[in-house]
Design a protein around this ligand. Structure first.
Ligand code: FCB
Length: 447
């Protein structure tokens, strides 16, 4: 029932959900798939919580028809998933595995037959290990080159099935977390100089894949899924808003700012000094080629205060004393979209990820009443609707995640799904948040 109220979201808003290959597929050794750096990383003792592995996870490799029906029943219009590079090219280069391509063709066809648009991420952190061993992975431009070849190969095979691509998912996860903190694959701890080169090569990987997609899939819209550090002005006055915007641009100088502005801004170069990455002629032309849309993964935000008269005109609060729920910052949604829009005016934006982990388990009636997730979604989406009211061009929202899955080094403990997965049987049970989301999709209204 409408009760005469207006919608919070337009009827053509693209509602969807998101996953990534290593986290949901399973089928880790099937039909000619090669390993990934995760298949190796998971063998290190305690690299992943409880020493679990990605052999089966949510088993989407086998359960995809059921998953599509669940998406359809909720009214979802789009599904964001990633391609496992080594399912398609077991060695990351050269020989192509037709059965790997067949899997993604079937998945796309199944989605399309049910009115769901495939949004394909080319790289969500599962590099073929041959490229790691032979070239040091993203430390080398060779890997970047092979990524371009992989992008062409995948896009040619998928053809008209796919109209939307994200080149890569989250720069930080591809670079610092794997190459300098070492908390995710490949688990390295490089110095700042080498880390900065990995960061630069990753930007280049984005640009190289863009170029490959423009010729292999000229019909498709191409963007990126990035998770910058979002800034929220502590007080909504022009002074604090400007300070937060400046902090946002500077804090993300090595990733999104570089892509959007086609250069490393001075503050970044000054802070890195002799560790600044080597940039070759033409790099930034590739890196900053115009995108059709910008995907933002929005989970957190940091508060910012203007500090007039001080050397640094802003202060970023990394933590909020007295507040234990630092991860719950719905205002990041509105301010994130607004700042990106004011700074760089992207043609279109989508929220490529947003969601909450929980320790969700069925109760004695086999129900999962995840009210914490409903609360989270209501608050974040209400913040997003504020952005829409101000005509910020956000066209869609992909909830992370469709279903419970393997949360990288945290293993199976955090459950992010709208749908519960029993990892022993692969059984799916929609949670209460799934019902809530279905209703929102139907009515366009937040209740
Ligand atoms: C994002 C990742 C995604 C998932 C969510 C919870 O940073 O892109 O794969 O792990 O966090």
């Amino acid at each position: 029932m409408n009760n005469g109220q207006t919608r919070d979201f337009p009827s053509d808003f693209i509602w969807g959900s998101a996953t990534a290959s290593y986290q949901v597929e399973g089928g880790a050794y099937e039909d000619g798939k090669g390993p990934s750096i995760w298949t190796e990383f998971e063998k290190r003792p305690n690299a992943i919580a409880d020493n679990v592995d990605g052999d089966i996870t949510s088993n989407q490799y086998h359960c995809w028809p059921e998953d599509i029906q669940l998406m359809k029943k909720a009214g979802m219009k789009a599904y964001r998933f990633s391609l496992a590079w080594s399912r398609i090219m077991p060695d990351g280069k050269g020989k192509v595995n037709p059965k790997g391509l067949d899997y993604y063709k079937k998945l796309c066809d199944g989605l399309l037959e049910n009115g769901i648009a495939p949004y394909v991420t080319l790289y969500h952190w599962d590099l073929p290990p041959v490229l790691q061993q032979e070239y040091g992975g993203w430390e080398s431009r060779e890997t970047v080159k092979y990524f371009g070849e992989f992008a062409s190969c995948a896009a040619e095979a998928l053809g008209q099935r796919v109209n939307h691509y994200f080149t890569i998912n989250e720069f930080l996860g591809c670079t610092d977390q794997g190459y300098s903190n070492g908390i995710i694959a490949p688990g390295l701890k490089l110095n700042a100089k080498r880390r900065n080169q990995v960061r630069h090569n990753m930007l280049l990987a984005h640009g190289t894949a863009m170029q490959a997609l423009r010729s292999a899939a000229p019909h498709a819209k191409v963007g990126i899924a990035e998770n910058p550090v979002f800034m929220i002005p502590a007080i909504d006055t022009p002074e604090h808003v400007e300070a937060a915007k400046l902090a946002f641009r500077e804090r993300n100088a090595h990733f999104i700012t570089a892509v959007m502005e086609g250069k490393y801004i001075d503050s970044y170069l000054e802070s890195e000094k002799e560790n600044a990455p080597e940039v070759m002629e033409g790099d930034f032309k590739l890196i900053s080629a115009p995108m059709d849309f910008l995907g933002l993964n929005i989970y957190h935000g940091k508060f910012v205060l203007a500090t007039p008269g001080k050397e640094k005109p802003y202060m970023v609060y990394e933590e909020y004393p007295g507040d234990s729920s630092v991860l719950f910052q719905p205002a990041a949604m509105y301010w994130g979209c607004r700042m990106v829009n004011e700074l760089w005016h992207p043609a279109e934006m989508v929220i490529s990820e947003n969601g909450l982990q929980g320790n969700d388990h069925p109760d004695w009636e086999c129900k999962i009443n995840d009210l914490h997730r409903i609360k989270y979604m209501r608050e974040y989406l209400s913040s997003l609707s504020r952005a829409l009211r101000e005509d910020i061009p956000v066209k869609g929202y992909f909830h992370w995640s469709l279903l419970d899955n393997l949360e990288w080094c945290s293993g199976f403990r955090p459950r992010f799904g709208l749908i519960f997965v029993n990892y022993k049987t692969s059984q799916r049970i929609p949670k209460l948040s799934y019902e809530w989301y279905s209703e929102l999709i139907k009515t366009g209204r937040l209740v």
